[in-house]
Design a protein around this ligand. Sequence first.
Ligand code: SAT
Ligand code: MN
Length: 583
Amino acid sequence: MIRNEFIKSWIQEMKEWLEPEDIIWVDGSKDQMDLLKNISCETGELIKLNQDLMPGCYLHRSDESDVARVEDRTFICCKEKIDAGFTNNWWNPEDAMKKLQEIARGSYKGRIMYVVPFSMGRIDSDFHKLGIQITDSIYVAMSMTIMTRVGKDISKLLNKSENNWTKCIHCSCSCNPEDRYICHFPESNTVVSVNSAYGGNAILGKKCLALRLGSYMGKKEGWLAEHMAIFGLKTPHSDEIKYICAALPSGCGKTDLAMLEPSKEFKDKGYEIFCVGDDISWLKIREDGRLWAVNPENGVFGACAGISRKTNPNALKTSEKNTIFTNVVLNKDNNTVWWENLDDNPPENGIDWLGEDWNVNLGTRGAQPNSRFAAPLENCPCLSSESQNPMGVPISAILLGVKRPKLMPLVCEAKDWNHGVFMGSIMSSETTVASVGKTGVLRHDPFGMLPFCGYNMSDYFQHWIDIGEKLGDKAPRIFGINWFRTNENGSYIWPGFGENIRVLDWISKRLENKVDAIETNVGLVPKEEDINLENLDISREDLKEILSLDDNLWNQEVTEVKSFYSKFDKKLPNELIEILENF
Ligand code: SAT
Ligand code: MN
């Protein structure tokens, strides 16, 4: 029961604006979830899958035009344009709100307003943020209960929280792409998303609160909100599990890394990965002076494409129960799901993501390239025992990953913290299907945060430098990784996935000062012999190639970075400019 007057009057305001027929407060209970699932099966928003093979699993198909994040329609609406910075779309808050009010006025007519009180992060942690999402989409309401923490204890806490929670307003409207806007109002702690029901645009606790508003709050309050997976690494050469954060742009393998299953010989030797989170990391300096990370999410919103028993068996197992799949193929014969590259058994009688009869002989894709699954994190077979620790986990290393077919080495270590921040600031990576637009286009994506940093990127770099100064010699070490170097035929040279443990092995040995490295322009690169290639079908020559840096390409990159740096509308930190000028 909500008694908080701020919340009551906000709900009243929302009712007057959106004119819902009825209201349902979502409490996350099993009974209520079952009820919502039944309702959505009746309306056709969900399709019940084979409950013997996939208990609690359902399929959803989105509007054809609504399958990914829309970066050109995502706005930071703060008073001063310069506070959003040139990497964000900016909109004056009054004008934005006026337009959004117009678009969504009366849009809940004949619909139910689902009210979802939620928390990002455990509420027994000092590191959590409360929010309330309203939505007219039962699919979005259910996805929020998987991805965030929802329950009576959260409503109780909200009663005591006055106005200290994020207002998250989601209106599916007609899913018209012309009127689609994802707007963030950092100064009034509000998100408004209209005309999209796609995860990254509509599950507002995730990218909108935990990253865009989160990064803004973090800057003000002295912590970091990052687009990073978190995992524990156990090796036979240390008693201690090392916790690592990995920033990679969307669609470049954060989930695969966080749930990595080491190849057999490494597993047999005692290497193991424990997943703490696969997408978002909140980091703060704790009393011991170290940097600690929590995963503010409670679920995994993973890409289906590319996931198979071979590439990421743990993600497959994570999606075996209580999961909502979106835009994959339905197998009519056994009422299960399928997507390209899952296995060699595509359904003979399938229905594709558009709802049409389908089989491979048609030559069309069955699953949408950005098809997704939303699954409870607790399903993950390699979940870390520390994943629920309210303190989070102490971070020993930060990895910065890019998709660069020709330039960056497989792995290299930053010379120090500021050099690591420099490496993060110059990250460029190829675009993927996670956002609307052309894929495979190289673009600057500092720290994988280009679409998610809710304030001026120059201030963001400064914030990183300041955090490093506070951490001093307790700072995690920073590494660059690039699994994606290609040969002259365009094929990937490094096998990736489970074999990435070989690179993590080198990183862990660096952390224990067990191996040397070679100083190059980009950083400290492994000696070839220090990367274990045992039982791997890759030659020393190939390894040499992917550890190397082409001087010509690097010089071009430096010119390109100078041009990128010159675009900043606020002065960049001197520490970064100095490093660049030394090339
Ligand atoms: O769709 S999401 O934004 O949640 C996934 C991603 O792009 O990282
Ligand atoms: Mn992501």
